[in-house]
Design a protein around this ligand. Structure first.
Ligand code: PRX
Length: 572
C-alpha cells in the first residue's frame, strides 16, 4: 500500500537526518548537559528556569500570559524570583518538604506556573488538577496520593472536601481578602513578604516530580508518577520534534492538568529557554488567532479537536489575522485526520505534525519531524533513542501491516516511574520482552511509519481528554434513579468521541427528559463536565456477563449497528 506523502519542508531544522540520527543516537550525550553530570544532583525547576535566569537569557521573556482580564509577561529572572517566593511560602507556611504531594488546583494563570515551579524547587511532587474537576474527582486524587497541601482559589475550594481528607494539612488560597484561619494560608499577602532567594532542594534523578492522574478501563484514576530524569527526553524532543530554537515564540494550548500541559507547556519549552505563551480562559477561535498574531507565535502545539473547531469556524475568519509568524504546527491527543492536515496546508501553508504519546510515556515517542515526509493519517516514526514495535499478546514483534499492540521497549528517559501506591498495576503494563504495552492498537508500514487503529481497552478519548468508562459508570450508579449503567465512546466528527451512557432505571422511576438532564448534571457535578455523557439512552436491562460485568462491547455494537460477536459469556 503506497500512500501519498507530503514532502519534506526546507529549513534549518534541529533534526536534520532522521535515519542517521536513529542509528547513532544515545541518551548519554544529552544527560551530560544537566547539573547531575557535575554534582550528581538535579532539579527540574532549576534547569528550566534558574539556569537561564543566571545567564544570557536573564532578561528574555519566559512567560507571556493572557486571559480576558490580564495581560502580563515575566522574564526568566522574574520567573526565578516568583517561583522562589512561592517556594519560601510553601516551606515556611505549609511546611513543605521533599517528597510531599502538593496539589495545584486552579485555572491557568501566572500564579499557577509560579506555584508548580516553586513546589518543584522544594523537591515536592506536584499534582496538577484541571480546574473543571468537581468534588468527587478532586477527592479521589487527593486521597489516593495523601496530599499534604493544596494551592487553589476561593471559588474552587468548595470542591475540596477538607473533612474527608485527613492528610491534607494546608490550603493555600490564591484570591483577594483571604482570612487565615485553620488550614487556610493567604497566597498574595505571604508572597509580598516571601524572600526571592531560595535554597533549592537538589534531588536524585529518580526522585518524584509530578503526579498525573489518568484513566484506564477499570477502577479509579491512577497516579502516574514522573521523576526529574524525564527532563532528558523533554529537552531533546523539544529540539527534534518541536524544533525549538532560541528566538522561537512557542504556544502549547494544553492545560497543566494534562500531561501535554506540563511536559510541553512547562518543561520542554523552558528547558530550551524559549518564550512561552500561555493563554487562559476559554476556547474561542478569534482569541486563538489573535494570540498567534499578537505574540508572533512561531511554533504551535495543539490537538485535533481544537483544529477541527477552528476549521469549523471557517477560513474567512483566519484570513482576518496575520498568521505569517507561524513556522511549525504540531498535534497530539487523538488521531489527526488527514482532512486537518489538508486544511493546515490551505490556510497556513504548513504541515500539521502529528505526535503520539501518552501520560505514561511522559514525553513524545512516535512523531512526524520537519525533516521527514509526512504520510497523512500516520503518527510518524519513533524518536531516536526509542524502540517502538507492534507486538502480539505474547510480546512477539509482528511484521509490517499486521495489526497488534503498540509497544515501546522499556527504559526511555521520561517513562513513568511507578503508579502511585500500586506497583503491581505498574508492572501490569509490561509484557515479556520488556515491552511497555500502550493499550493502543496500530500497525507499522514497510517504511517504519506507525498507523493508529484504536484503543484496545474501552478508554474514551473525548475532545482529546481521556475518560475511563468505569469512573463515569460508578458515578452514574450513585444517582438514586440509576440501577445500572454502561458507558461507551461514540464516534463524533468534532470531538473524536462523545460519551454515551446506557442506563437501566430503578423500579419506580419513569423515563423523561428531565431525568436525563438530572443524571447528566449529576455526573457533571460529581466528576467534571467533560466526563458527563452527552447522550443517555434508557434500557430495561443491560448486557452483562454471567459474572455481572457490563459488556461494553455489546453496547458499542448496538450503537454502531455492528455484529455483537461472541455472546457465550453473556447472562440470559
Ligand atoms: O489512544 C491514544 C491517544 O491518547 C491516549 C493517551 O491519552 P493521554 O494519556 O491523556 O495523553 C494524551 C496526550 C499525550 C493514547 O493511548 N493518542 C495520543 N496521541 C495520539 C493518540 N491517538 C492517535 N494519534 C495520536 N497522535
Amino acid at each position: 500500500m503506497k500512500v501519498e506523502a507530503l514532502p519534506v519542508i526546507k529549513g534549518d531544522f534541529n533534526l536534520k537526518n532522521y535515519d542517521e540520527m536513529y542509528r547513532e543516537f544515545n541518551w548519554g550525550e544529552i544527560e551530560k548537559q544537566f547539573s547531575w553530570s557535575e554534582t550528581g544532583k538535579v532539579n527540574m525547576a532549576y534547569e528550566a528556569i534558574d539556569r537561564h535566569a543566571q545567564g544570557e537569557r536573564k532578561n528574555k521573556v519566559a512567560l507571556y500570559y493572557r486571559d480576558p482580564s490580564r495581560e502580563e509577561k515575566y522574564t526568566f529572572k522574574e520567573m526565578k524570583e516568583m517561583s522562589n517566593r512561592v517556594g519560601n511560602l510553601l516551606k515556611q507556611a505549609a511546611d513543605v518538604e521533599k517528597g510531599d504531594r502538593v496539589f495545584v488546583f486552579m485555572p491557568r494563570s501566572p500564579e499557577c506556573y509560579f506555584t508548580i515551579l516553586g513546589a518543584i524547587k522544594l523537591g515536592a511532587i506536584v499534582g496538577p488538577l484541571f480546574e473543571a474537576f468537581m468534588e468527587g474527582a478532586v477527592k479521589d486524587r487527593l486521597e489516593d496520593s495523601a496530599a499534604k497541601v493544596i494551592v487553589t482559589t476561593p471559588e474552587l475550594l468548595e470542591r475540596v472536601p477538607l473533612e474527608d481528607l485527613p492528610a491534607l494539612k494546608h490550603v493555600v488560597l490564591v484570591g483577594e481578602n483571604i482570612k487565615e484561619e485553620g488550614p487556610i494560608i493567604d497566597f498574595y499577602t505571604r508572597m509580598k513578604s516571601a524572600s526571592k532567594d531560595l535554597e533549592i532542594e537538589w534531588v536524585d534523578r529518580n526522585d518524584g516530580l509530578i503526579l498525573h492522574y489518568t484513566s484506564g478501563s477499570t477502577g479509579k484514576p491512577k497516579g502516574v508518577l514522573h521523576v526529574h530524569n524525564a527532563m532528558v527526553q523533554h529537552y531533546q524532543t523539544a529540539k527534534w520534534v518541536l524544533d525549538l530554537k532560541d528566538d522561537d515564540v512557542y504556544w502549547c494550548t494544553a492545560d497543566p492538568g494534562w500531561v501535554t500541559g506540563t511536559s510541553y507547556g512547562i518543561f520542554g519549552p523552558w528547558l530550551s529557554g524559549v518564550s512561552n505563551v500561555i493563554l487562559g480562559g476559554r476556547f474561542k477561535p478569534e482569541t486563538w488567532y489573535q494570540t498567534i498574531e499578537e505574540y508572533g507565535v512561531t511554533v504551535w502545539y495543539s490537538a485535533p479537536t481544537a483544529f477541527r473547531m477552528l476549521m469549523g469556524a471557517g477560513d474567512e475568519l483566519v484570513k482576518q489575522f496575520d498568521m505569517s509568524s507561524l513556522r511549525h504546527i504540531l498535534s497530539v491527543g487523538e488521531p489527526l485526520n488527514p482532512e486537518v492536515i489538508r486544511w493546515g496546508m490551505k490556510v497556513f501553508n504548513l504541515r500539521v505534525h502529528d505526535t503520539w504519546w501518552m501520560t505514561e510515556t511522559g514525553g513524545q515517542t512516535i512523531c512526524n519531524y520537519p525533516c521527514m515526509e509526512i504520510k497523512p493519517g500516520s503518527m510518524g516514526k519513533p524518536i531516536p533513542g526509542i524502540k517502538a514495535a507492534i507486538v502480539d499478546d505474547q510480546g512477539q514483534e509482528l511484521p509490517p501491516y499486521r495489526m497488534g499492540n503498540l509497544a515501546i521497549k522499556r527504559g526511555w528517559p521520561s517513562m513513568m516511574y511507578t503508579i502511585w501506591n500500586n506497583q503491581a498495576k505498574y508492572e501490569s503494563y509490561f509484557m515479556p520482552g520488556d515491552w511497555y504495552v500502550s493499550g493502543d492498537s496500530a500497525y507499522m508500514d514497510e517504511e517504519g511509519y506507525f498507523w493508529f487503529q484504536g484503543r484496545i481497552d474501552d478508554v474514551i478519548m473525548t475532545s482529546g481528554e481521556r475518560v475511563g468508562p468505569f469512573e463515569v459508570e460508578s458515578k452514574l450508579v450513585e444517582h438514586p434513579a440509576v440501577a445500572e449503567a454502561g458507558v461507551i465512546g461514540k464516534p463524533d466528527p468534532v470531538r473524536g468521541e462523545i460519551i454515551k451512557a446506557f442506563v437501566a432505571l430503578r423500579d419506580g422511576y419513569e423515563v423523561s427528559e428531565e431525568l436525563k438532564d438530572d443524571i447528566r448534571n449529576f455526573v457533571k457535578k460529581g466528576l467534571a463536565a467533560h466526563a458527563a455523557p452527552r447522550e443517555i439512552e434508557f434500557r430495561d436491562k443491560l448486557p452483562k456477563t454471567r459474572s455481572g460485568k457490563i459488556m461494553r462491547r455489546v453496547l458499542k455494537a448496538w450503537e454502531l449497528d455492528l455484529p455483537t460477536g461472541d455472546l457465550s459469556t453473556m447472562e440470559d
